[in-house]
Design a protein around this ligand. Structure first.
Ligand SMILES: *Cc1c(COP(=O)(O)O)cnc(C)c1O
Length: 483
């Protein structure tokens, strides 16, 4: 046996390893307890100054005990997270995660795989996910896919593939020059589409935000007119971004109509399916997504409706060669070989800007393997059923008003408050009361100029009981504020 090596960061003696192992088991148990007992906790609570102070320390120069660091985590971090593991969390669009995903993250970290490339099984696991997604979305064999942080990044990358397609690969060297590329999306699209225009150098003023109809879907006629106007003005339309599940209301654009228009106009058709695309897993939602199989590129997240722990975004591109043409870069230190560890080209780093990348595929693979696509789909369908339950209760309650039709799992409503009162601030305060009570955590948005309480039911743990608790609390806080 080798003597201890004080320069290594591993435990050293067999006794060190035994102590480390015992502490590891306690840490694992704490997180399993967290998941099992999540309902005994508030959804959210504000972190006290003492907890914040624990993270305002100078750089620790000397070693400390693992058990002490763990205790600080348990005391000052865990109770004050955003709360999306909790079934009462209904804000924004956050997935709930699973214990299976957590364990897979641990395995991935233990392997410490750098999945940028090279000949290794972790790359093959990522390719397996890509093949599954081709199957799920009926994309051809030629389609490529790559894990990224989230849909914000995947949308940016989709836009860059479209840009390279429009300008030719030479643009990667020559820049935009005087290209006057214009993109189109709906007024209900996520803000990261405009951000992608900004980051790509095309500029947000080259994004046309087309009006939506009363179901919050892009107005396809208005889109066609906008394209014609831009062409007449000498501009170059190049990209249409459809949304499958808008962040405000869960609306799904008419993807078939968008695909037809994009084909007619020879534009790249990208779909932002951040949370909605995985609706393909349930026969209840899949028909609403018709046309998604026609996209040139599709961005979505496994960390929302897919319940995979953060982060796990994905970009799927119909034509893998075009995808690669936008990102692959020859570099001597990344040379590919026919044999050995430097084989197995193309590599994930050829499909995006990341070189070093974590093993996001593993937690996704475990999630599908253990829960199966059908159960994952059933969980998605259940969130939609809960949304309908919430909408029905809102409509049956005179104090409440539904503010948008419910397409999927998002319900926007308000408390009517006192006639003539400031409804926006009244509802904003109710949401603040809800958050601070720890009972439920919806977010807010603006629908038709009115502040809405927005409940996005994404978490597989949420039940009918939690919907009732939300409504009861809204009525209780509303009444208290009116009295
Ligand atoms: C969440 C979301 C995004 C952003 O995705 P991230 O994973 O948070 O980067 C983009 N578009 C829509 C419709 C979303 O719901």
């Amino acid at each position: 046996m080798l003597p201890p090596d004080p320069d290594s960061l591993d435990p050293q003696t067999p006794e060190d390893w035994d102590a480390f192992r015992a502490q590891s088991h306690r840490m694992l148990d704490d997180m399993l307890d967290y998941a099992q007992q999540i309902r005994t906790r508030p959804v959210w609570q504000s972190a006290p100054a003492t907890a914040r102070a624990s993270f305002a320390e100078p750089l620790p120069r000397a070693p400390g005990e693992l058990a002490d660091a763990h205790a600080t985590f348990m005391h000052d971090v865990l109770p004050y997270a955003v709360g999306n593991v909790h079934p009462g969390f209904m804000g924004w669009v956050h997935g709930g995660g699973t214990p299976v995903g957590m364990l897979a993250e641990m395995l991935a970290a233990g392997l410490n795989a750098n999945v940028g490339g090279r000949s290794q099984m972790p790359v093959e696991v990522e390719r397996q996910i890509c093949r599954w997604m081709r199957e799920l979305f009926a994309f051809p064999e030629s389609a490529s896919g790559v894990f990224v942080t989230g849909t914000s990044m995947a949308n940016l990358m989709g836009l860059l593939v479209a840009r390279t397609q429009a300008l030719g690969v030479a643009a990667r060297q020559d820049g935009l020059k005087d290209a006057r590329l214009v993109a189109y999306t709906s007024a209900a699209a996520h803000g990261c589409i405009a951000q992608a225009m900004d980051l790509s150098g095309l500029g947000t003023s080259s994004l046309r935000r087309i009006a939506v109809n009363d179901r919050q879907q892009i107005d396809v006629k208005a889109l066609a007119q906008a394209i014609a106007l831009d062409r007449a003005a000498g501009l170059t339309p190049f990209l249409v971004v459809g949304t499958a599940g808008t962040v405000d209301t869960g609306a799904i654009d008419d993807l078939t109509a968008l695909a037809a228009l994009a084909a007619r106009e020879q534009l790249w058709f990208h779909v932002d399916g951040a949370y909605g695309a995985l609706g393909m897993l349930t026969p209840e939602v899949a028909p609403l997504l018709a046309g998604i199989e026609l996209a040139d590129s599709l961005a979505f997240d496994f960390h929302k409706w897919g319940q995979v722990p953060y982060d796990a975004g994905f970009l799927l591109v119909r034509d893998g060669a075009r995808h690669m043409a936008a990102f692959a870069a020859p570099a001597a230190y990344l040379r590919r070989e026919a044999r050995g560890l430097a084989g197995g080209s193309p590599w994930p780093c050829d499909f995006g800007p990341d070189l070093s990348r974590g093993f996001r595929a593993l937690k996704t693979w475990f999630t599908f393997k253990v829960h199966g696509a059908e159960r994952m789909g059933a969980a998605i369908a259940h969130t939609c059923a809960l949304a309908r339950q919430l909408a029905a209760r809102v409509q049956a309650t005179p104090e409440l008003e539904l503010l948008a039709p419910v397409t999927l799992n998002i319900v926007c409503f308000r408390h009517r408050g006192v006639p003539g009162g400031d409804s926006d601030s009244f509802n904003r305060e109710i949401v603040g009361d809800l958050h601070e009570s720890g009972v439920a955590a919806p977010s807010t948005t603006t629908i038709g100029g009115q502040l809405a309480i927005r409940a996005a039911i994404v978490n597989h743990r949420t039940r009918a009981h939690d919907i009732d608790a939300l409504v009861d609390a809204v009525l209780r806080f509303g009444a208290a504020r009116m009295s």
